[in-house]
Design a protein around this ligand. Structure first.
Ligand code: ATR
Length: 282
């Protein structure tokens, strides 16, 4: 690649995004020249920003909160993974068209299976939260045919809506997956034990607090995974450890792996993620 590739990450808040560093690391592996911008963009300014970016030779953009749903409207073609997740975390130009895709689910599954060596097939999985982050990963998890997937959310109506949407898109019977939706009550949470518990709620990022989960929730849990990345253990990770979870992880590996998949879409190059996984960028 002789020409400098014009890339960017957009969202709000965006100041602390590690995407520029991650992609620079990937580019360096191939001596590829990139310029990687970081812009604060809201749903109101998204269309104008994308139009300008691609008019000015932009190749690809990583899309983060709160733009992932809105971004679905601004690509000429949307991949199946983005359609199923109802969210787009990457838009890129190819053959004079704009493509929207979702690499979050791929990032999570790669981190779980390849890096953390936890397989999902026939497992019992609990997801806490039913917002955009949960919607983004659920189709990829179901693809792996867990025995049971439960989603628990503070607002029950929201998780029931998620269930209804999902049943319209995914054939759960064909995957042999039992899907249940409920609230955060002990009755619903403690009705099962879980191999994997995933936190997708935004509480720890907003307040640093935890949901206040029952300790017994983590009995028999092999992995408690927080989708969010933080320098310190998140409140959820601490709760899980105290409850007896065998292993905990934050979402750094998912961030790196979704980035690698996006980089591949932009450049056709497959970066090595191992160095970044070992040592998060400060
Ligand atoms: P995201 O796109 O990051 O998922 P979101 O769509 O705003 O953000 O969803 C945030 C999720 O965190 C929701 O599931 C929310 O629960 P509600 O649907 O009841 O709002 C959950 N959440 C946020 N703060 C929470 C808290 N204090 N306790 C429990 N759940 C919380």
């Amino acid at each position: 690649m002789d020409k400098k590739l014009k890339l960017a990450v957009i969202g709000k808040p965006i100041t602390h995004s590690k995407s520029p560093d991650i992609h620079q690391n990937f580019a360096n592996q191939f001596n590829a020249k990139i310029e990687f911008g970081k812009d604060e963009v809201t749903p109101d300014t998204l269309e104008t920003w994308l139009t300008d970016f691609f008019k000015n030779g932009g190749k690809g953009v990583s899309i983060t909160l709160p733009l992932k749903e809105a971004a679905l409207n601004y690509a000429d073609e949307i991949s199946d993974r983005a359609r199923l997740a109802s969210a787009c975390n990457v838009v890129y130009a190819k053959d004079k068209k704009l493509f929207g895709d979702n690499t979050d689910g791929h990032g999570l599954i790669t981190d779980l299976e390849n890096n953390l060596k936890v397989t999902l097939k026939d497992k019992k999985i609990l997801i806490l939260g039913a917002g955009g982050a949960a919607r983004g990963i659920i189709p990829s998890i179901i693809e792996k045919k867990p025995a049971k997937l439960k989603v628990a959310n503070r607002t029950k109506s929201k998780v029931l809506l998620l269930k209804k949407d999902l049943e319209g898109k995914v054939d759960l019977k064909e995957k042999n997956t039992i899907f249940e939706a409920g609230d955060l009550s002990d009755d619903f949470l403690l009705d099962d034990s879980y191999d994997i518990v995933i936190n997708s709620t935004s509480i720890s990022t907003q307040t640093g607090e935890s949901i206040g989960l029952p300790k017994a929730l983590f009995t028999g849990t092999k992995l408690a995974y927080d989708l969010f990345y933080a320098a310190e253990k998140t409140a959820f990770m601490q709760e899980a450890l105290a409850g007896g979870a065998e292993k905990i992880s934050d979402g750094w590996g998912m961030l790196v792996e979704q980035g690698a998949e996006s980089f591949k879409l932009w450049t056709n190059l497959i970066p090595d993620t191992s160095r970044l996984l070992e040592k998060p960028i400060d």
